[in-house]
Every structure is written in structure tokens, then in C-alpha cells.
Design a protein around this ligand. Sequence first.
Ligand SMILES: [Mg+2]
Length: 381
Amino acid sequence: MSTIARVEAFVVSQPLRRPFHFSQWGFDRRAVCLVRVTTDDGRHGWGEGYGPADVVRAGVEFFAPHVLGGDPLRTGALWQRMHARGLDFGRRGVLLAALSAIDIALWDLKGKILGAPVHVLLGGKRRDAVAVYATGMYFDDEPDLAARLAAEAAGYAAQGFRAVKMKVGLGVETDAAHVRAVRAALGPRVKLMIDSNHAFGLREALDLVRRVEQHDIAWFEEPLSPDDYEGYRELRRRSAIPIAAGECEYGVAGFHQLFGADAVDIAQPDICACGGLTEVQRIAALARAHHVALTPHCWGTGIGFAVGLHFLATIDVLPGRRHPPEPFLEMDRTENALRDELTPPRFEARDGAVTVPDAPGLGIDVDLRRLADFSTGARSR
Ligand SMILES: [Mg+2]
């Protein structure tokens, strides 16, 4: 039997050539904490945490002693051991992102030990390729931002994406003008989603819904503060546009609160933050019981994207029919060398879908030379 001999956290970072912003703050670099778990017989698995990279690394260092020496096949038992040690201090938030990173690395490792892709361990594929939507249309200082956003959206449609998501949250009038321009550029057949990253109160969110509902918006993501469960309930009741949220929600208990409030039509757990592959299965079961659709948030490297592919490959679309709609995985298209270069070959969308890897584990590996290039220093326990 293999035992876990090493847990390493790597913070990788890369400045952006073209900084961008969204409704809350700006980015001038991308940074993420990756995790490698290695066994005493030299096998390894990779994971990733979503959140402030240095804080995630501190969380990984906190959890590492509780998995060292353990059996890497016992992913559920190791998850519970870590969760029990973190519960008093971090029921939600970045400590769960650190737990997620280790959990994902353990699933990758388990798949490699057993010679099975993660989607087989999760119950088997329902589909060989996962439909993706392009996330982009962030803000910059371009004087004619509406035209720039419209051109970017048209570019994704030309690449074959059948759905795109744009940022809103600058203010309802500006947002409505941007949505109008993007919809005009896309034409009627490409799905369009909007995401405010919790920029609004209830009245402003309702105002924006009424201004843009004519443009066939597939969902309005994070219209309100993630703490405003009552606001979400009211907005969802009054909105003609489906409501989506969940990237700021953690653990099955967090999603229990979200679903209990009738807050969303679409749940968006980030698998690299909500508790990893172990916990997202519980969240998916809960979503199923509440008749809520699931479309994971995904905004990291190829590791996190591969996790999303394996997981969404195994999701049933309910209530089901002969030709059901496909579940969507988020495919971030903003500048990110970490995503494009750390896990070659990079994932490519063909006709709006990405093929699910069939190699053992997550079916990817990290280019150690590029890891060293991007690394701000590895620490191991
Ligand atoms: Mg979002």
C-alpha cells in the first residue's frame, strides 16, 4: 500500500500584459496555489485552490500534517479528517479552498494508482465532451468600451462558442448599453449570460433585469451580495431572467442554505473552493433534490478546468428527455499564461465543447520547467 509522503504547495504567478477589472477590483497579474501530493513509492497527484494564493498555501500547510502517512485511496476519510480539523476556524472561505486543493490532488493520485480516469471513479461519463461557455468581456480603460466588448463577444462566436458570459456591474444604464451592444454583435443564436459579481442591491438588480430581459439573457450571475439570501429569494421570484450564484458559497452546508432560501435557478460551486471533488458530489446531490441546475464556476489553471470536465461529464441533466440541454462548464478566456502553459497541451474548444480526458487521474500533468518559471517558491511538509 502506498502512503502519502509529501504535500507541497506552489504559488505560481504571472503579470498580465493587459490588466483588466470587474465590478469589484482590478487584476494586473494572475496567481494561484497548486498542490502536489506524492506517495512513498513516487506517484503524485495535482490539485488547485481557488482564492488568494498565499492564503490558500497557508491553509494547505495547516492541513498537510493531517494527511501525511495516510492511504491516498481513502479520499473520503482524508477529507473528513481535514474538515474536522478546520471546522472550528473555517467552515466557509479560503480554508475550504486549501482543503479542496489537497482533495483534488488526492483524487488525481487515486486515479493514477488505480489506472482509472477521475470520471470513472465518479460514476462514469454521460458524455465524451463537455459544452463550455466563454467567460470574458471584462472591463478596461478603452474609451468605447461597448464596441470593444461587442467585438470580443463576436470573436468568441466566430471561434464556435455557443454561449458567452459578460461582466456587468458598472451601473445599470451603462450595463444595459453594453448588453445591447453585445447581443447585437452575437445575433440571436448564441447564449448570453451576465455576471455582476454581487454589485447590486435588490432594486438595482431588478432594474437591470427589466432593462435587459428583452435580450434573451440565459442567466444573471451574482446579482446580489452572497449574504443576501432573502434578497435572492425575492429577486428570483420577480425576475424573468434565471438567477445563478454559488462561487462565493462553500460546502454542502452553504449550498443547503442557498437552496433552502429558493435563491437560485443555477448553482455554481467552484470545485477548487467549495470542498473539492468529494464535497461537490454532495452539493450535486442536494442540487438534484432541490431541482436546481449545476454549472461549476471555473477560473484557474488547466488543473481546475480538468476537474470541471471530469465532474460535468458525470452529471445528469434533469428531469431528462430524449434531447436534453447540455450542462455548461465555464471556460475563462481572459489572459492567463498559468492556465495556458502549465499543463500542456492546452484545452481547446471545438464547436463549443471540450473533450473529456481519458488518461488516469485528471489526465493532465504539470510541466515542471514552466512551474519553476512561474513559481514564487515551493514549500513542502
Ligand atoms: Mg462569476
